[in-house]
Design a binder for this molecule. Structure first.
Ligand SMILES: Nc1nc2c(ncn2[C@@H]2O[C@H](COP(=O)(O)OP(=O)(O)OP(=O)(O)O)[C@@H](O)[C@H]2O)c(=O)[nH]1
Ligand SMILES: [Mg+2]
Length: 393
């Protein structure tokens, strides 16, 4: 745990961004496990779950089992009310998590009981303790059905009430990026690895003094601006033209919705992490591409840093405030409203299937032509209807 520096010590150097990363529920704990490998110097990682078995198999050193008396250590069986009660039962343990902490990343997969029920309680406690919280939540796949989706949406709404910023990452979109279908376990592993890399890049840029420093106030301004909803995109490349390749991969990230998010955002944080060979031109070209993809009227904070001892890579993250949260966006897309919400922005737009405005041409074959009556019968009405003939199927 990053202990708070004692203010009474005149030589103490205050770490301005004491951070904890909390993985909540099955998916959240899996994401943490993915962070472990390369995270020897990272912030504290804490696995939080109701399921004792799952906690046992996670390699992080700090683990918290919630609501053992309620679930018997067996998980929540998809019931978010049980997850919420389990977290409330262990309120003091959760509060201790935030002692001496400034920033909390809360990582979870919504749709089950523990993550969906407990993550909002954890975010609420962070708020009470004065800790800035950024929650990264994945949403279930479409094939998991409406019940899970509905459960996840409830969790997302609660998170929006409690966390300072919520990043919603639908599994469906993330997996699009993985290319060919690889089998669910492998695909989830890659999704988790990408989320882990995004959190790591953000933490590195907030923590180190870097070439261009990002600080907590940048994040605070974005989250205040964001109406609590943000989008996170990542891009990574190595080799020749790595900056160009990384930014083009970032801008194609499914979270950015084909450019629509950048067209309507009002604030972004862009982070560039590279090896010792990262140049100012690299940073310039990345930022030029990103800012040209926005509508122009956007508050942009930039951070750039170098990872000592490494070379030949560029990792980018983009955190953008968004006025439309994902389920709303899906509903708008279904009803064909998405174009009108972004029509007034000059940012790039994804191609969209328009609805043809086919008005009924009026009664009869030719509009404006008088109906044809013969012996009191309207001949424009099909014969079988006029005669009341039943068509057998
Ligand atoms: N991104 C990602 N999503 C996952 C992973 N595992 C599960 N999910 C998703 O998360 C949703 C919730 O599942 P869990 O994380 O197991 O739920 P939980 O929070 O553990 O809740 P309970 O199992 O009811 O205690 C699932 O419907 C999946 O969509 C994972 O490793 N990564
Ligand atoms: Mg589970």
């Amino acid at each position: 745990m990053n202990k708070p520096a004692k203010i009474t010590d005149p030589n103490a150097i205050l770490d301005p961004c004491r951070t904890v990363v909390i993985g909540v529920g099955g998916g959240g704990v899996n994401t943490l496990s993915n962070m472990l490998g390369e995270w020897s110097e990272g912030p504290d990682l804490v696995a939080v779950h109701t399921d004792g078995q799952k906690l046992k198999s996670c390699g992080v050193s700090r683990k918290i089992q919630l609501g053992a008396g309620i679930t018997g250590g067996m998980g929540c069986g998809g019931d978010l009310v049980v997850g919420k009660r389990a977290a409330q039962a262990d309120y003091p343990v959760i509060r201790d998590l935030f002692s001496g902490v400034d920033l909390a990343f809360i990582v979870t997969s919504l749709g089950g009981g523990t993550g969906t029920g407990a993550a909002p309680v954890i975010a609420q406690v962070a708020r009470e303790e004065g800790v800035l919280s950024l929650c990264i939540a994945s949403m279930p796949f479409n094939f998991e059905g409406d019940e899970k989706q509905l459960c996840a949406e409830k969790g997302l709404d609660s998170l929006m009430d409690c966390a300072d910023a919520v990043v919603c990452m639908p599994n469906e979109r993330l997996i699009e990026r993985m290319g060919s279908w690889k089998g669910l376990a492998q695909a989830l592993k890659e999704v988790d690895a990408e989320l882990a890399a995004g959190v790591k890049t953000m933490w590195t840029l907030f923590r180190q003094t870097g070439i261009i420093h990002l600080d907590m106030s940048d994040l605070r301004k974005l989250t205040e601006n964001a109406g609590h909803f943000c989008v996170l995109a990542m891009g990574h490349a190595t080799g020749k033209d790595k900056a160009k390749t990384a930014v083009s991969s970032l801008l194609k990230h499914p979270s950015l919705d084909g450019g629509n998010v950048l067209g309507r955002t009002t604030g972004i944080i862009a982070g560039i992490l590279g090896g010792i060979d990262l140049t100012l031109q690299d940073i310039n070209s990345v930022m030029k591409e990103i800012s040209e993809s926005t509508s122009g009227n956007v508050r942009i904070s930039v951070g750039a840093g170098i990872e000592k001892g490494r070379r030949d890579f560029v990792s980018l993250i983009l955190l953008a405030s968004d006025s439309l949260k994902e389920p709303e966006l899906d509903k708008q897309e279904e009803s064909g409203m998405a174009a009108s919400s972004s029509d007034d922005s000059s940012g790039p737009k994804a191609p969209r299937q328009e609805n043809l405005n086919l008005e009924p041409a009026g009664r009869g074959v030719f509009r404006g032509v008088e109906p044809t009556f013969h012996e009191g019968e309207d001949l424009d009405i099909p014969t079988f209807i006029r005669r009341g003939i039943r068509i057998e199927r």
